[in-house]
Structures are given as C-alpha cells and as structure tokens.
Design a protein around this ligand. Structure first.
Ligand code: PLP
Length: 409
C-alpha cells in the first residue's frame, strides 16, 4: 500500500493526538471550514453559485476593509503578486521596494523579471519599512519617475510587520503620485488592515494564512486609481486581467471555472472571522504573540525583530544560539513531539526558527506549541533556560493591557 509519510491521518502518532502545525502558513484549517468545503460540486453558471459568488465577493470587501472591488483568483499568493504588477505598471517603470526579508526579495525578483526598474532599499531583515526613507526617496524623485511603492505588510520570513498607514502618510507628505501596492499575504485576517482608509491601491493576499483556508486562492483589492492605471498600462496580460474578472464578478460569476469548493470554505472562514469580530481577532493574535515573546525571553533566546513597534502578531522568528542549527532542532521537535515549526528562509537558513501563531489558534493551542518548543530545545541540546512556558502562562494571565477588550458573550 502506498503511504504518504507526512499525512496527518496516516502518521504513526495520529492515535496519540493531533499534529501541531505551527508554521506561519499554511495555517491549520478550522473544522467548520473543512466541513463547509466537503460538498458536491455545483454548476458555476447556476443560481446557487451566483449567491455564493456575491456573498464571498462582498465578504472579502469587509475583511479588506474596502468598498472597492476585490478580485479572487484560483492561484497562490505569488500569482496575486503578478496580477498587481501586470495590471498597474508598464515595462521599464520605476518601482520603489524595500528589502524587509525573503518575501520582499522574491517580489522584487518577480518585478525585475517583468523588466521593471526596481530601486530596492537595502535592509537588515530585522526591521520593517522605514516611512522616512520612503518619503526621502519620493521627495528626491522630482520628475515622478517612480510609478509604484511596493511593500510587504507582514514579512513572514522575519516576523516583522511594517506600518502601512505611516507609509501612506510618507507618500502623501512627499506629495507623490506613486501607487501603493501592499502584500498582506500573511497578515490579512490576523493583523489590522484597512485598504480604503490607508489609501492602498492594490492589496495582494491569499487563502492559506490568516484566512484559515487551504492554499489555492489569490486576492487583489483594487483602488479606483489602480483600476484607472490598469486601463492605460503597457503589459501584455490575459489570465490576470482585472477587466475580464470584474465584468462577470458584478453578477457574482467568474470568467472561467472558479475554485468552487475553496469559495465554500472562504464563505465559512469569513463568517468565523466576523462572528468573533475583526477587532477581537486582531487582539487575540497580539496577545498570543506577546506570550510567545515572553517565552522566548525566558528561554534566554532572542526575537529576530528589533523594533517593538513592528513585532508581528502572526509569527515569532527566534534566533538560535551561535553554532546551533535551527533545522536540526526543528527535526528533533518534529520527530519527538510532532510539531512543525517554520524553517529559516534564504540567508536566515539554519539561523532562525519561526513559531506560527496565526489563524485558528487560542491560548491552549499556543501553550501546547510552546511546550513542544521548550521540550524540543531540551531534547536537541540547545542551550536555554527553562521556564519559557511558565513565562508565557504568566503573560496570558495578565490583563490585556496592550489589547482591545474582548467581547463578552
Ligand atoms: C506565503 C507568502 C507569500 C507567497 O505566497 P504563495 O501562496 O506561497 O505564493 C508571499 N508573501 C508573503 C508575505 C507570504 O507570507
């Protein structure tokens, strides 16, 4: 019999309790979402689909905090990156991007492959986008050669969240007409974000992180200014073309076969988020992140993010002590305690591990994960102090000073 080595159903420890998927995306899919998707396929040109299509397109507007169109593609987040580029820019356009980490670097590489002229502000992978640098670059650009500023909101490789509202203010302060493109792939649905209020022109996202769905959906929320730019820009495009999408979307339909069952899941996931309340969801993530950092500090390890104003509510990247390999530790934690932790990406390989605490995660799930990390550190012989789990518990027992009050049922 063929066995897939890593299937949760099949794996040897399945009878001894569940796997802990604590990578920062894909995140665990709630049971309710799994059940919502476990349905017979329906006619994507029929009335039942039309109702679903209208509901999810409207629900997305609520989550992106926009009254403008949100386009849903059957794609990964990378596809939605490409959509943002090919719909708004033209070959040779100048774009300002910032090296916050691995994902910013990948988006920049894509922009370069599209022959955009990228000014890539160097970074140390421990800080977010500095709004003052954006302002200075744009002030210098008297000729308005820069057509777009493209940044990553939550840099998933480093656990650093950039301050998008302040970046918007910096663009306005420079009185510059550049479009603002933002990757919210790992923040949407976990970290406060407001497409309209923050004047973002294209917000890029996808399904498998804060939205708690399986991989397979990509999103772009589009401002009027971005839509206008798409009508006069010079890139060849077809699959990603907004106009082709928006026409049938107005009736709840899609120009080609949509990922129907993922859309059933999306509807359920949006319902789950709105039942808890977006503010409560964001406060929960901040609280779990604060408890995680308390554990890291007690272990005597270091959080990669250097600026407390940019700590990620979604994940915490932890630096390994010198001469200890993060992947060797992750392997021990997986084999002994059945927990998956995020690996260090690109130049952080071996140097950091990442604890995901996003999506469907609560205090007890987090405490299970942190116990797995603490026991894993001991089992792998990584020098640390005990007591991280106790410190996280103490943090969770604190009144929610830094967080909005929770809704009392
Ligand atoms: C995961 C991620 C991506 C890539 O998304 P895919 O679905 O793997 O294409 C891009 N940007 C950020 C910030 C991410 O976290």
């Amino acid at each position: 019999m063929l066995r897939s080595a890593r299937s949760t159903e099949d794996r040897p420890m399945a009878g001894k309790g569940r796997h802990f998927l604590n990578i920062p995306g894909p995140s665990p899919v709630p049971e309710r979402v799994l059940r919502a998707m476990n349905r017979q396929i329906i006619d994507h040109r029929g009335p039942e689909f039309q109702t679903l299509g209208r509901e999810v397109l409207e629900g997305c507007r609520t989550v992106f905090k926009t009254r403008q169109p949100v386009v849903i593609y059957p794609s990964s987040g990378t596809g939605a990156w490409e959509s943002a580029i090919v719909n708004t820019l033209s070959p040779g356009d100048k774009v300002l991007m910032v090296e916050t980490g691995h994902f910013a670097t990948l988006w920049r590489q894509m922009a370069a492959r599209w022959r955009l002229d990228v000014d890539f502000v160097p970074g140390d992978w421990r800080h977010g986008v500095d709004p003052a640098v954006i302002e200075a670059r744009l002030v210098d650009d008297k000729a308005h050669a820069i057509k777009a500023v493209a940044v990553v909101h939550n840099e998933t490789s480093t656990g650093v969240t950039s301050r998008v509202a302040e970046i918007r203010k910096a663009i306005d302060a420079a009185n510059h007409p550049a479009l603002l493109l933002v990757d919210t792939i790992s923040s949407l649905g976990s970290v406060d974000y407001a497409h309209d209020e923050w004047g973002v022109d294209v917000t890029v996202s996808c399904s498998q992180k804060g939205l708690m769905l399986p991989p397979g959906l990509g999103f772009t929320a589009i401002s009027e200014k971005a839509l206008k730019a798409s009508k006069s820009n010079g890139f060849m495009r077809s699959y990603w073309d907004w106009e082709e999408m928006l026409k049938p979307n107005a009736q709840g339909f899609f120009p080609y076969t949509p990922a129907t069952n993922l859309l059933f899941g999306l509807k359920e996931a949006i319902d789950i988020l709105l039942e808890e309340g977006l503010d409560q969801v964001f406060a929960r993530h901040k609280r779990l992140a604060a408890a995680t950092r308390a554990a890291v500090e007690a272990w005597g390890l270091e959080v990669l993010c250097k600026n407390p104003a940019e700590y990620s509510p979604v994940l915490t990247a932890v630096l390994m002590p010198p001469s200890h390999d993060a992947d060797a530790f992750r392997k021990v934690a997986l084999e002994k305690y059945d927990i998956s932790l995020g690996t260090g990406l690109a130049k952080l390989a071996g140097k950091v591990f990442r604890i995901g605490h996003l999506g469907e995660c609560n205090e007890l799930m987090l405490m299970g994960a942190l116990s797995g990390v603490e026991m894993g550190l001991a089992a792998a012989g990584v020098p640390h102090r005990r007591g991280g789990v106790a410190a996280a518990l103490a943090a969770l027992e604190q009144p929610e000073a830094a967080n909005a009050p929770r809704k009392v049922a």
